[in-house]
Design a protein around this ligand. Structure first.
Ligand SMILES: [Zn+2]
Length: 114
């Protein structure tokens, strides 16, 4: 894991992948891994997860939340998944979901990506 997370680098990667104009990110002690705050147009990330995954995995988590915004979906139906699969391959998704799962085990969280 990187000791110092380059959040600006992650943001520019997400902007590149999703073509959004800007992203607002906040880390916080929460039960979920991450969620999109529809009212504040803000991505909230669990601070334990934030510290325990790679930059590429954080990029994936943020892209996931941006897709909820872009597709106007709260669940993970066809509309959401089609958009996700236009950005990441199934192998990449599996790799990052596994990394997230390991981080959950480390931080004793009982939750999943919202
Ligand atoms: Zn989700």
């Amino acid at each position: 894991m990187t000791t110092k997370i380059d959040i600006e680098n992650i943001k520019s990667k997400v902007i590149d992948l999703t073509k959004v104009d800007s992203i607002k990110i906040l880390t916080k002690k929460i039960r979920a891994i991450a969620y999109y705050d529809w009212e504040k147009d803000l991505i909230v990330i669990n601070e334990d997860i934030f510290k325990n995954v790679s930059e590429d995995c954080l990029t994936y988590i943020i892209v996931h939340e941006v897709i909820h915004k872009l597709t106007n979906t709260k669940g993970h139906g066809a509309k959401f998944l089609n958009k996700l699969l236009s950005i990441y391959s199934m192998d990449e998704i599996t790799k990052y979901e596994t990394e997230i799962y390991s981080a959950i085990q480390k931080s004793n969280l009982r939750t999943k990506l919202l």
